[in-house]
Structures are given as C-alpha cells and as structure tokens.
Design a protein around this ligand. Sequence first.
Ligand SMILES: Cc1cc2nc3c(=O)[nH]c(=O)nc-3n(C[C@H](O)[C@H](O)[C@H](O)COP(=O)(O)O)c2cc1C
Length: 221
Amino acid sequence: MPDKKTFDRDSISNTLFISIGLSLICSIFVASAAVVLKPVQLKNAEEYRQRIILEVAGLMRADADIAELFASIEASNVEIASGESIEIYVEKDGGTVQQIILPISGPGLWSTMRGYLAVAPDGNTVKGIRFFEHAETPGLGDQIDKEDWRSLWVGKHIYGESNSPRIEVVRGFVLQDGSNPNAAHQIDGLSGATLTGNGVTKLVQHWMGPEGFGPYLETIR
Ligand SMILES: Cc1cc2nc3c(=O)[nH]c(=O)nc-3n(C[C@H](O)[C@H](O)[C@H](O)COP(=O)(O)O)c2cc1C
C-alpha cells in the first residue's frame, strides 16, 4: 500500500506560495495606507505652505489657527510674460496694502528651491524670504532657510534706478563701510555654499525681472 501523502512545508512550491501570498497581503496593506493617508498628506502639505506664507509675512503666531489667519490674506492672480497666471498673496489693513507675497522657485545645487518673497507696498523693499522646499545639503546649502541668513534680506532693495533687479547674494560679506554703492542690494554669501547662494540670486532676479513679477511690481512703484 502506498504511503499517505503528507504536507511538506519545506517544499519549494509551498515556500513560494507562502512568500508570494505574504507579499501580496503586505502590499495590499501598504497600498491601502497610501490611499487612505493621501488626503491627510495633502492637507498637511497645504497647511505647511500656508504657514510659510504667514511666516514670511511676519503674521504667524504660535497659538494661531493657520487656516483662519491665512484667510485674512487676499489671494490674487498675476499674469506673467509667458501667459501663465500665478497666484500671489496680498496682506491688507483696512484696504491699504501692507505687503505682497510672491512665489519664487529655481534650481539650487541639488534641487529646485521653492519659496516666497514678501515685498513692501513700494514694490521694491524686501520684507522677508522663506524657502519651504529644497534638498540642499544640511549645514551647507540649507543655510538658505536659517533665520540668521533670512534676516539679512529684510530692508534690501530689489531695484535701483532702473527696472532690472539688482538684488544679489555676494561671495563673502557685504562691504558696509559706505564705499559700496550696491550695499542696499546685496546679501552676505553662504559660507561653503556659494553655488546655492548663486542659485538664490538667479531665481530671485528671474522672478523680479521682466519674465516674472517685474512688470507687476513696476505698476506699484
Ligand atoms: C557632499 C557635498 C555637499 C555639498 N553641498 C553643497 C550645497 O548644498 N550647496 C553648495 O552651494 N555647495 C555645496 N557643496 C560645496 C560645493 O561643491 C562648492 O564647493 C561650494 O558651493 C563652494 O562654496 P564656497 O566657495 O563658499 O566654499 C557641497 C560639497 C560636497 C562635497
């Protein structure tokens, strides 16, 4: 009489069956989690963007409801030279413009850097700058988002006599002894991260120039 066939758990087919089955179950869990969490991720990303806009405008308070505070800023659209319509934000106080918050973006050394530049109602003076997305190196390029460096931008002038942007990140320190006619347009360089600093100069000059918000700001000045 032949032996009764027993279940061989170490056989190749059973090992394959269990491992493929387990992988399928796990992938269903991961995919479901990704789908379920997507709206939460999008909501958090939007809340983070709104927080950055409020911070660059100096309006953020620790205990504030971000959505409520953000609703006090007026969104508006500006058509740039390419025909693209871009959303900007205007802070008003009783109908008087306090500042304009403009999106800026461009290449750094490793990544596309995205942020906002807040401009005073004169259409020329910087009120603040913040980057909310970049992948520059921690300790080097990521100095662009450190308060010490960001504060150097406040009060700088984007334009001189003409409508071409003159604001720039220099290499080293800005000469402040009165002999430097460009000091009002210059910001200290980032030590060990000149390339990221050059990227910031290029992107700010681009967005404040004729292809970006230059014509819009010209109407304000
Ligand atoms: C691993 C590594 C990461 C770097 N990351 C950056 C960076 O994020 N931004 C940057 O401008 N330079 C970065 N650098 C340095 C640049 O290659 C370059 O040396 C530097 O921008 C020159 O600036 P400096 O003249 O102020 O030293 C990095 C270098 C290395 C080796």
